[in-house]
Design a protein around this ligand. Structure first.
Ligand SMILES: O=P(O)(O)OC[C@H]1O[C@H](OP(=O)(O)OP(=O)(O)O)[C@H](O)[C@@H]1O
Ligand SMILES: O=C(O)c1cc(=O)[nH]c(=O)[nH]1
Ligand SMILES: [Mg+2]
Length: 201
């Protein structure tokens, strides 16, 4: 596969132009709070934009990890970029999903057979928790998990997944524990955009 790489500025321009850079008070999947949310579904609702970004991600994956047979993504956010990245890699696309409130599992007959090389594809990494949970769900599969990848790593490079990791852009976006909010963030009512269930109060 040959593809021109996308610069970090080009990746961010796609998010900006799609209206995917949101400001407010957001409850993240990890429970952390942030004044910034990357609404990836604003990207994934536009196939040409998704194609450009995932073609670049596929090229970065192939450069880092070599030939890939299977892309595995955490639902819901990872499903569309996982599929589109797999299309550019000539790979199969599968996903892990949760029963409500439960851990990720491989269902629907999805497998990573012996001899196959798999990569995890995430949309956004904040703490790496979802990607680590995806890895835990597929670790016992017979095939090899060679690495992980995402469009935007907003952890400042501090997100740990447990396998080698590549992203199109690394940003360091503030995120705070709920009991340590700066006053200007505490003044805004929080919203929770993602699909992970909030912990019981
Ligand atoms: O690195 P982390 O701290 O895990 O945060 C990033 C994760 O949060 C979002 O998923 P979310 O659980 O909100 O659900 P979604 O995929 O349905 O949007 C996003 O899609 C990543 O999977
Ligand atoms: O950490 C998250 O849950 C998260 C952050 C972000 O910017 N976008 C997203 O979809 N999820
Ligand atoms: Mg997700």
């Amino acid at each position: 596969m040959t593809a021109a790489p996308m610069s970090p500025d080009q990746v961010l321009a796609e998010f900006r132009d799609a209206g995917a850079l949101l400001e407010g008070h957001f409850i993240l999947s990890s429970g952390l709070r942030s004044p910034v949310f990357l609404q990836k579904m604003a990207i994934f609702s536009e196939p040409p934009r998704t194609e450009r970004l995932c073609r670049a991600l596929a090229a970065a994956i192939e450069a880092q990890f070599g030939k890939i047979d299977i892309v595995v993504s955490p639902a819901i956010g990872g499903i569309v970029p996982g599929y589109e990245t797999a299309r550019h890699l000539g790979a199969r696309a599968i996903f892990v999903e949760r029963d409500p409130g439960g851990p990720f599992t491989l269902r629907r007959g999805f497998q990573i057979p012996a001899g196959q090389r798999a990569v995890i594809v995430e949309d956004i990494v904040t703490t790496g928790l979802s990607a680590r949970e995806c890895l835990a769900a597929i670790r016992s599969e017979p095939g090899e998990i060679v690495g992980a990848a995402c469009l935007i790593d907003r952890s400042g490079g501090r997100g740990e997944i447990g396998v080698p990791f590549v992203s199109l852009v690394t940003l360091d976006i503030p995120a705070y524990p709920a009991d340590a909010l700066p006053p200007e963030l505490a003044a805004i009512p929080p919203v929770k955009p993602g699909s992970r269930a909030l912990p019981k109060a």
